[in-house]
Ligand binder design. Sequence first.
Ligand code: PMP
Length: 409
Amino acid sequence: MIDIQKIRADFPILRQKVYGKPLAYLDNGATTQKPQTVIDTLMRMYSRQNANIHRGVHYLSEQATEAYESARRTLRDFLNAALSQEIIFTAGATAGINTVAFSYGERFVGAGDEIIVSVMEHHSNIVPWQMMCNRKNARLKVIPITAGGELIMDEYRKLLSPKTRLVAITHVSNTLGTINPVKEIIRLAHDAGAHVLIDGAQSVQHIPIDVQEMDCDFFVFSGHKLYGPTGIGVLYGRRELLEELPPCQGGGDMVDCVRFEQTTYNELPFKFEAGTANYIDAVGLESAVNYIRAIGIENIAAYEHELMNYTREELRKIDGIRLFGTAENRVGTFSFLLEGVHPYDTGMILDKMGIAVRTGTHCTQPLMQHYGVEGMVRASMALYNTREETDLLCDGIRKTGRMFFSRPA
Ligand code: PMP
């Protein structure tokens, strides 16, 4: 069970007021706040354990290296990856997808080959594939979605062919909250001889992840959406596959023997970690993962599910609201428009009430096109949110409506 008051006390930023009002932070899809333990870990690393890793024989360097490699083991366990070498630290989900798009493209993609994405992808899971397709003369295919925001699986089946090299799909939509049936998506892709990358940027913080059970080939996410620091993330890849891919960046640490005639590369995972790694934030991410594991990701999922259900019911009661994404299998991310009110106006008015929501396209312009809208307002929940905050949000939306039109309360 979750002790919500205790959890909220762990996050110092939540104590503050904005415009004299208690902060209701509902922009967790963009980034999450950090518990004190993560902040303390970063302080400790900088004040007591900082030295470049993998380089020195001196005490501090060994300490920092051990802390970094311990973080890798913790992340391996968190994702239930088989091996630590399969955990590559990146700058975030975007960096992980770009690494795969480049390296996988170099090794496996040729003219006429196809990559499959979906209409609901974040720009980070569209543009790197487009860039790769342009380089390789390959084609990008797009799985359509229903009006309610779910993948049309029959259309997906039709898109799969011997030309399909890779399917890149988000686990959870950052705009609609839909949880996609990734196991089935992966099984179908594998049956067709294709590999699969799962964008876990919006799933790791909400639902338990087991990459072996899921059977994905690649899985990426960002630490900052998982209560960890910015500038750090993870690319998981199956070892046999990673072994076959060329590195996408050259530099220190990723090499074995450097000669002007020819250079040989380091073993996994270092082959994909060129330059000084972000070891401090990797240790910060480990601390975030330990924090989550102490609460229990299953407990977090159950608490958030209950809050999602409550919020959905309350939002549905609001006069003039249009909710996007009606999938049953979903997380507490709600995008909406208030009839006749520009999303920026809604966002700005809610902000003045101390309620932080996201407005705009949410880095999913093709999805906005699909719905024929310029933008949306998004409220996205995390483990520290409460029913009281949902009530504040709904009151705020109603008040916004009344400010524009004199709707009955
Ligand atoms: N994919 C999804 C589904 C996301 O929500 C985001 C972040 N909004 C990203 C990828 C990119 O994450 P980052 O900007 O941290 O690299």
